[in-house]
Write a protein that binds this ligand. Sequence first.
Ligand code: 5GP
Length: 114
Amino acid sequence: MMTENIFQKIIDRQIQADIVYEDEQCLAFRDINPQAPVHVLIIPKKVIRTHDEIQESDVELLGKLHWVAVQLARELGLKDGYRLVINCREQAGQTVPHLHMHLLGGREMHWPPG
Ligand code: 5GP
């Protein structure tokens, strides 16, 4: 079930987070419940509730999220690979109603995902 938008509070500095990257459009911070040695969430500052609410006007912003992910993967030493995940709505397990990309790495991953 999707709860309140806790990520807006992180953007607004109302709650603390381990922020690893910020610019005018994006914020990246470590997941509070990491599923891998590196687990960072990359979010747009613009509120887009879910992946399927993306508009054509957001295309550049989405590219930016990927560019931030690549730079963080390099900075955080994920030279052997990493996984990017976006959960969309309840069936995929989305819990926070603010679009976010998971950057996971530092261990062997498996497929199919659970
Ligand atoms: P989702 O399941 O929606 O794709 O991912 C939400 C992620 O946000 C989860 O991995 C969860 O651990 C993380 N998360 C939830 N609340 C907080 C918080 O207050 N701070 C941080 N840093 N991560 C959070």
